[in-house]
Design a protein around this ligand. Structure first.
Ligand code: SF4
Length: 495
């Protein structure tokens, strides 16, 4: 998972991009980078491994000249953490410098890489993003937009991209719309041309003082003229191998877990969505208890929602240490659950002797949940009832969220009853896929996209409201992902 941010026509563009990336830090902590275009149309770029605050000092930002910038924070889901994979990636296409920031994961990258290498391409990194630049460079189409279009129609999977050239900033979202990308505007003095902001999440717009305007819609290429601020959109087609159903597939996990709660994601407030998930969970799986606690951070609004609907008080029962980096010092063997305790510690006086409902966003491998339950019992909790605001995760994600292989997912091997025994909880209940979709679609029905494109005209909404739920159902949009995740359906062994 990654975060992208871009800004046009702004004094101190590099500093604004820095702040934008700072707000998007939760989307990727491995590396950060910013590319700018200066008044002479020359590119500048700085990128390195580490957190945004570690990578950039004032000195680096001052060297990134120009009023137009794009940035990137990275958590690698493709290609590993090599220096050459750090974004934005800059290359010359037809003599013109082009910088690219990518959020998502290109599912057919292996086939594309083999094809490009067979045809003489020399690739510097191992990630999928570089391939997009190669496809653009190899296009024989006349205009830049046509080249972009041709390249995108060869990609399967998730890509929300920012592309900076000396004349334009382009914002692109794949035709399924897996990852969010929002357009905003910085306030301008009378008579000044517009400063546009593009961001993976709106929390970054709040920090730089920009106003959210709209989301980039699936299949859209928005181009902003850097000289005039004028912007216009065109759309690209989804080819057959990109989607079997040709439907939107917004990642529902952005709302369950990934986005910051203060962001609007697809024009839905992430905090409110999580609160409503908690309320729904209370309606469908009530239990008698003394308090509701959350596994912080994403579990907090869900636990507040559960408490609100059930009338059981919400308490802070676990404290997260937000400053945990890597630690190599382990005390002694007898400090049990040390790794989990580093991050989360129970508030003993609150939980001792109490029947507790613990709200979490999801269960993936189950090892952390099991240890948290053990910590709560050690701290004196009388009963621990787990309530999960999403269905069991049974399948891996190929669209930019780093989930383990299918065989490592607890729900692949166990029923909810067996999971309850494994976790040693007193009870365990999940939000069903239907319940989760019904919560999200109540919000969505109030927020229809205002822009139409081929995709909306062809099929305005899919049956489930246009959400990807493949990690619960195994129903992937493209055949490549389906084949990797469920090889048994294609006559192969399970991955
Ligand atoms: S598979 Fe799951 S995590 Fe991945 S895009 Fe779909 S809903 Fe999101």
């Amino acid at each position: 998972m990654c975060g992208v941010f871009g800004v046009t026509n702004a004094e101190n563009a590099s500093k604004i991009a820095y702040l934008g990336l700072f707000a998007l830090q939760h989307r990727g902590q491995e590396s950060a980078g910013i590319s700018t275009i200066d008044e002479e149309k020359l590119p500048h770029s700085f990128r390195n491994s580490g957190l945004v605050s570690d990578v950039f000092k004032e000195e680096e930002l001052l060297k990134l000249k120009g009023k137009n910038a794009i940035g990137h924070v990275r958590y690698s889901t493709s290609g590993g953490n090599l220096g050459a994979n750090i974004q934005p990636i800059t290359a010359r296409i037809g003599g013109v410098p082009v910088s690219l920031s990518h959020n998502g994961n290109i599912v057919n990258s292996e086939d594309l890489r083999q094809n490009l290498e067979k045809n003489g391409a020399i690739l510097q990194g191992t990630a999928d993003t570089e391939l997009v630049l190669h496809l653009m460079a190899r296009s024989t189409k006349e205009t830049f937009i046509e080249r972009l279009r041709e390249a995108f129609e060869k990609l399967a999977g998730a890509f929300s991209l920012l592309i900076l050239t000396p004349t334009h900033l382009y914002a692109v979202v794949d035709a399924c719309g897996y990852r969010p990308l929002s357009l905003g505007q910085l306030p301008t003095e009378k008579g000044e041309k517009s400063s546009w902001v593009l961001s993976s999440e709106t929390c970054a717009m709040d920090l730089v003082g920009a106003e959210f305007i709209r989301d980039i819609v699936p299949g859209e290429i928005l181009s902003i003229d850097l000289a005039t601020g004028h912007n216009e959109s065109c759309y690209f087609n989804m080819s057959a191998f990109q989607s079997k159903n040709k439907q939107k597939a917004k990642c529902i996990f952005e709302h369950v877990y990934f986005a910051r709660p203060d962001s609007l994601v697809w024009n839905i407030p992430a905090h409110d969505a999580r609160f409503a998930m908690g309320e729904e969970l209370a309606h469908i799986s009530p239990v008698e208890a003394d308090m509701v606690i959350a596994i912080p951070d994403s579990g907090v609004p869900m636990a507040m929602g559960y408490a609100n609907a059930s009338g059981i008080p919400f308490k802070i029962g676990l404290i997260r240490n937000h400053y945990v980096g890597r630690t190599f010092i382990e005390p002694t063997q007898n400090v049990r659950n040390f790794r989990v305790r580093l991050k989360l510690n129970p508030v003993r006086e609150t939980v001792r002797g109490k029947r507790i409902i613990v709200i979490d966003d999801s269960i993936v491998r189950g090892t952390t949940s099991r240890k948290i339950i053990e910590l709560l019992r050690e701290a004196g909790a009388k009963e621990v009832h787990m309530r999960i605001s999403s269905p069991p995760v049974k399948f891996p994600c190929f669209y930019g969220i780093d989930t383990p292989k299918r065989k490592e997912l607890l729900a692949q091997h166990m029923t909810p009853k067996e999971m309850n025994e494994f976790l040693k909880s007193d009870s365990l209940e999940f939000l069903s896929e239907d319940s989760l979709l019904s919560v999200m679609n109540k919000f969505q029905n109030k927020n229809r996209y205002k822009v139409t494109n081929f995709f909306h005209e062809e099929k305005s909404e899919s049956a489930n409201g246009g959400w990807c739920t493949a990690c619960f159902s195994g129903d992937y949009q493209d055949i490549t992902a389906q084949k990797i995740a469920c090889p048994e359906n294609f006559g192969d062994k399970i991955a």
